[in-house]
Write a protein that binds this ligand. Sequence first.
Ligand code: SF4
Ligand code: SF4
Length: 116
Amino acid sequence: MAIKITDECINCDACISECPNNAIYEPDSEWAYADETALSGTITLPNGGTADAEEMHEAKSDEFYFIVTDKCTECKGFHDEPQCASVCPVDCCVPDEDHVETEEQLLAKKAWLHGE
Ligand code: SF4
Ligand code: SF4
């Protein structure tokens, strides 16, 4: 399943550079599917919907770092463990029970993000 950041986050910035999918954003940052991924133009989302990869979306939090669920693969295909959770000093990167995915789905998401 994807990882999420809770309101225990102390905005230390340790996690953001560790994410292989650029799924983590600073508080109050707009985000796009195309940010540092292979996605461009009209894309089919993991849930079957469509979106414009370059469209900017509102920040998910204006107080804490946040993870874009569709860009988080739990680090599958890159690392054995979620890297954000590994480096977080307050253990606030936790499984997102609302977005449970199989390993196969996570690897497919990784391939989608990186144009493989
Ligand atoms: S689990 Fe991995 S892919 Fe997901 S947000 Fe954390 S570092 Fe990024
Ligand atoms: S490492 Fe943890 S505390 Fe630091 S910014 Fe990331 S989620 Fe927040």
